[in-house]
Design a protein. Structure first.
Length: 163
């Protein structure tokens, strides 16, 4: 719609025209091209890794990115952001910066920001910096606030006393 005025810029070259102002050395010709190249754009955030409803994983998951679980995971999960889908089940420890639970978790949950939606079912302890629990969410366990809940993620849970 709008464009810059090109009054002072030279027009397109004709087939027979020669430009006498261009430097003859290859190094000098490469410099203007390098300076007009666009700056490197920041890396785009990759999409979340999705584990679909028909997938059952027995083992641990580790990612520096985002994970969306719609299936079943029997093992520990460590990620930047974890979303547990409405029909999903996770049996194991979860450690993530940001956790959104729509489905079922059986095990300890550690996160800077934890959100249990109205369809969430959690059986286990939650260690968090901030937490939001919507009306209708089912939770059975303890809740503990820590300034850095991810710091002690590698420590084993306290063993229950044997009768």
């Amino acid at each position: 719609m709008f464009s810059k005025s090109r009054i002072n810029e030279p027009g397109p070259k004709q087939a027979g025209d020669s430009d006498t102002t261009t430097p003859a050395t290859p190094e000098a010709q490469a410099k203007p091209a390098a300076s007009t190249a666009p700056a490197a754009a920041p890396k785009a955030k990759p999409p979340a890794s999705m584990l679909s409803t028909d997938l059952v994983i027995k083992g641990n998951l580790k990612s520096t990115g985002d994970i969306l679980v719609e299936g079943t995971v029997e093992g520990d999960i460590r990620a930047h952001m974890l979303t547990v889908g409405e029909g999903a089940t996770v049996k194991g420890e979860i450690v993530a910066d940001d956790v959104v639970v729509n489905g079922r978790i059986i095990g300890r949950l550690r996160g800077l920001k934890v959100r249990l939606t109205s369809t969430a079912r959690v059986e286990g302890d939650i260690i968090h910096k901030t937490i939001a629990i919507e009306s209708g969410a089912h939770f059975e366990g303890s809740v503990q606030r820590q300034e850095d809940p991810l710091a002690s993620a590698g420590k084993p849970a306290k063993a229950p006393a044997k009768p």
